[in-house]
Design a protein around this ligand. Structure first.
Ligand code: GDP
Ligand code: IMO
Ligand code: MG
Length: 432
């Protein structure tokens, strides 16, 4: 029997999803992205060679893998072509192995301009988006005015549609943001020039996935961002504009929900967040700086420093409720190696009360004081360890405590950025 596994972030993104997906691809033949766009930055390292993927699924380094982009993804043709070029120049075959849903919403330069102009106008209350146009593109989708991937291949229809949508957005850009309008002719010509490269990539992803499922292939559904950035369930409005939870794997690909049989949450052994928004366990002291520097916590795509803090079980509990994880992968354990004390947040104090469930609104979450339990650090290197028995006793205790608090088994422990720096306790594809 083939297995369909969803792998997604359980916190605010950058948990190390790319690395884990790349590792598990050895045992799967298909990988599909189901939401987000080139706001993602997924890092893969194989024998020291680093690849950062934005849109292309994290299976591309394995020549046997078919890479798919589902309808839930917002697609910048320009960003895609650039990323394909970077990989192909390194000798990695992409166009033969990449297929894209006809229903993907296109991210256009006017979305980027709107995203950036709005963030600028918000000043201090900016969300801290990646500035890639992701939010405005999803808005167009819901407003039923978006241009979809398939529209590119009907030139007459495409040009008329582009003119109409651009007119609408230019009005807002000019009158609301005092932004220079985007030139229709130039944009049209640029996009039409990309069509020959894009046309062979279009496919019926719904049919392809159904076929692969019927052929008993192992399939990985690759999440982007993280659960707490979900548009509905995250720390709204400091979120991304897509659903990032496991349920989106079905909606964002058109894969029958009954065929998804395993969900793995990647949990960073501490917390990070990029951009604004509440972060109860954030550390603004030297320990926060130490985590940032040991963990190399800078945005893979934007280079922005990531805010760092302790592991937050309150947020993780909500993530577990939302995703029904089969197992978790604890990542970046090695980053904690030098710490004397390691804290785990087990509850919040809000207005004199202790709570275990995160409040619904960002303002209240911002007022929450974390309640911690302290664990002695192991102060010994775990970097690259691949056997559980070789971990220091105190690291084992920390992991057991996470597992106990989560109530979900730990299947993988990541001990370094490289593909092989991992402890496999339960292999998701080999488990019955
Ligand atoms: P993603 O968006 O979830 O794929 O994560 P990113 O690639 O944005 O960020 C994770 C960062 O941590 C990258 O620089 C990875 O190379 C690195 N990384 C992943 N797993 C580990 C690990 O176990 N230990 C260390 N030290 N780094 C890791
Ligand atoms: P991966 O897949 C971390 C954050 C942004 C911002 C918010 C909204 O690499 O884990 P957007 O541009 O999506 O409208 O920004 O979401 N964000 C991420 N943070 N990892 C990501 O992706 C992110 N993608 C978006 O920093 O706070
Ligand atoms: Mg990332």
């Amino acid at each position: 029997m083939g297995k369909s596994i969803v792998i997604l972030g359980s916190q605010w993104g950058d948990e190390g999803k790319g690395k884990i997906i790349d590792l598990l691809m050895r045992d799967a033949s298909v990988v599909v992205r189901f939401q987000g766009g080139h706001n993602a930055g997924h890092t893969l390292v194989n024998q020291g060679e680093k690849t950062i993927l934005r849109l292309i699924p994290s299976g591309i380094m394995h020549s046997h893998v078919q890479c798919l982009i589902g309808n839930g993804v917002v697609l910048s043709p320009t960003a895609l072509i650039q990323e394909m070029g970077e990989l192909e120049r390194r000798g990695i075959a992409v166009s033969e192995r990449l297929r894209i849903s006809e229903a993907c919403i296109l991210v256009m330069p006017y979305h980027v301009a709107l995203d950036q102009a709005r963030e600028k106008a918000k000043g201090k209350s900016a969300i801290g988006t990646t500035g890639r146009g992701i939010g405005p593109a999803y808005e167009d989708k819901v407003a039923r005015r978006a241009i979809r991937f398939n529209d590119l291949f009907d030139e007459k229809y495409f040009c008329a549609k582009l003119e109409e949508v651009l007119d609408y957005h230019n009005f807002i850009l000019q009158n609301y943001h005092q932004h220079t309008p985007i030139d229709y002719n130039q944009l049209r010509d640029n996009l039409l020039a990309e069509v020959p490269q894009l046309r062979p990539l279009k496919a019926d992803i719904v049919a392809l996935l159904a076929e692969y499922q019927a052929q008993d292939k192992n399939i990985i559904f690759e999440g982007a961002q993280g659960t707490l950035l979900d548009i509905d369930h995250g720390t709204y409005p400091y979120v991304t504009s897509s659903n990032t939870v496991a349920g989106a794997a079905s909606i964002g690909t058109g894969y029958g929900i009954r065929h998804l049989n395993y969900i793995m949450g990647v949990v960073k052994s501490y917390s990070t967040r990029v951009g604004s928004g509440p972060f109860p366990t954030e550390l603004q002291d030297d320990i926060g700086k130490q985590l940032a520097s040991r963990g190399n916590e800078f945005g893979s795509v934007t280079g922005r420093p990531r805010r760092c803090g302790w592991l937050d079980m309150v947020g993780l509990h909500r993530s577990i409720q939302l995703n029904s994880f089969s197992s978790i992968c604890v990542s970046k354990l090695d980053v904690l190696d030098e710490l004397e004390t390691i804290r785990i947040c087990t509850g919040y104090r809000l207005h004199g009360k202790t709570i275990q469930i995160p409040p619904a609104d960002a303002k209240s979450l911002d007022e929450c004081e974390p309640i911690y339990e302290d664990w002695a650090g192991w102060r010994q290197s775990t970097a690259g360890i691949s056997k559980y028995e070789n971990l220091p006793q105190k690291a084992k205790q920390y992991l057991s405590r996470i597992e106990e608090l989560a109530g979900v088994p730990i299947a993988l422990i990541s001990t370094g950025p490289d593909r092989n720096e991992v402890i496999v306790l339960q292999h998701p594809f080999q488990e019955k």
